[in-house]
Write a protein that binds this ligand. Structure first.
Ligand code: EPZ
Length: 412
């Protein structure tokens, strides 16, 4: 498995806080990373690729510039530049972020955090303007909802602030812990990441250093569901099995065998899948970013399954596409009822976002006949070499379009 997307897209803007060179290893080669690096370069930061998975960022001479709308609208994590620019320069001008469309994606909790640290924040003319008269000042922030993005942004803003910041009701995802570990490796003082109370004692300077990004929990989970869907067996290497507990437990409930090793999981599926109910929740609950892929397995399980989406208002846009392949799913608000069918049939379908695209691949691997998936640029945002990895497992899959320009530029 490759490095974690959602850790990488938080660590790249964090490199803007560092008064030195950051060497980052296990960086995934995906389009979201390319975009985040382009934004650093727009600011005058230097990015040097050392090898396939290692790069150096030197942002010592970066300037505070307006983050271009064209880059930001394509990726949600671009909003992390608000926290990092505010922290480094005392001001940020960033358009509201884009990314996958799951209904309303507010940033009120991010803004509440910046304001608690002494910044003034205004949204006008298509930009978020954040400004602090001097150094930001540590404070207590209680998040009204458990938000990955707000937790990241407040950590970024607080890392160089005066005094201590406490984030209560913080997100606990592995990528939150990874960001804290990265910042600590650069000289920050952050404790409690991975629990719901994170304490950040601001330091005057981060000095640079080396850091290795954790493996991607969701990428691993996606290949686990690919095995569950298609049957057979795969050893999924370079994972942290603990991060996969929620996914493994659900797959085992569905009749899939999962054996854990130190840094690998062996996944095997022989008989027909059994039904299961799934409720998505913040970590350590079942991840919302695995909801479409597990649904793509449940559509062929024996019996009726109920999926409850506990994080996003509208994350079932892929359902109509699975229905084209013969899946029977009824959606009512945040609940989807899945009637398992014995088989799916290949069809032309369209990926509407990243994990929806992954779910279509998972379903297609088990469908009878050929499935043609359109909109693969969504998949390229977050999965490194998915086609090659699946071919290695014996899947008949190929990419008919050339990778887009962004993917190529990172590969060079
Ligand atoms: C992150 O998005 C991930 N993205 C998403 O993964 C993931 O689905 C999500 O966390 C939940 O795990 C990245 O890490 C780049 P949130 P984020 O703030 O930070 C509400 C993927 O597929 N909320 O944790 O945007 C919000 O509406 C992507 O890799 C507020 O109300 O998610 C949602 O219901 C897609 N106000 C809930 O909190 C706020 O200010 C969780 O959102 C912020 C969020």
């Amino acid at each position: 498995m490759s490095g974690a997307k959602n850790a990488a897209v938080a660590i790249i803007p964090a490199a803007l806080l560092v008064d030195g060179v950051c060497r980052i290893e296990n960086i995934p080669k995906i389009n979201d990373v390319t975009l985040m690096l382009e934004i650093v370069q727009e600011m005058g930061g230097q990015v040097r690729l050392l090898d396939d998975t290692t790069l150096e960022i030197d942002a010592r001479h970066a300037q505070n510039a307006r983050v271009p709308y064209d880059l930001v609208r394509r990726i949600r994590a671009s909003c992390y530049y608000i926290g990092s620019l505010l922290s480094r320069f005392g001001a940020a001008q960033v358009p509201p972020p884009g990314g996958c469309d799951f209904g309303v994606r507010p940033i009120d909790q991010h803004i509440k955090g910046f304001e608690a640290l002494g910044a003034s924040v205004e949204v006008r003319g298509g930009f978020v303007y954040a400004r602090s008269p001097g150094r930001l000042t540590g404070s207590v922030v209680y998040l009204d909802v458990v938000s990955v993005g707000a937790t990241v942004n407040i950590m970024l803003a607080a890392a160089l602030a005066e005094g201590q910041t406490v984030i209560e009701n913080a997100a606990k995802e592995p990528h939150i812990v990874d960001l804290a570990n990265f910042l600590n490796a650069m000289g920050a003082n952050i404790k409690g990441a991975g629990t719901d109370v994170i304490k950040i004692r601001g330091v005057p300077r981060l000095a640079g250093g080396s850091y290795t990004i954790i493996p991607d929990q969701i990428e691993a989970g996606t290949y686990m569901t690919a095995v569950a869907s298609a049957g057979g067996e795969a050893l999924i290497r370079n994972v942290i099995p603990k991060h996969l507990d929620g996914i493994s437990a659900k797959l085992m409930e569905m009749g899939v065998e999962v054996e854990e090793y130190d840094d690998a999981v062996l996944v095997r599926r022989r008989g027909r899948l059994r039904r299961a109910n799934v409720k998505t929740q913040p970590y350590p609950g079942f991840p919302t970013d695995m909801q479409p892929q597990i649904a793509a397995c449940l559509v062929r399980a024996e019996g009726t399954s109920v999926i409850t989406e506990g994080v996003w208002d509208n994350r079932y846009r892929y359902v109509d596409e699975l229905a084209r392949m013969g899946a029977q799913i009824q959606v009512d608000g945040k609940v989807a009822v899945v009637e398992g069918v014995p088989h799916l049939t290949g069809a032309p379908v369209r990926a509407c976002d990243l994990r929806a695209g992954a779910a279509l691949v998972v379903a297609a691997l088990a469908a009878q006949g050929v499935t043609v998936i359109d909109g693969v640029h969504h998949i390229e945002r977050g999965y490194e070499a998915m086609v090659r990895k699946l071919q290695g497992l014996g899947a008949e899959i190929r990419c008919r379009e050339l990778p887009d320009a962004d993917a190529m530029s990172f590969a060079q």
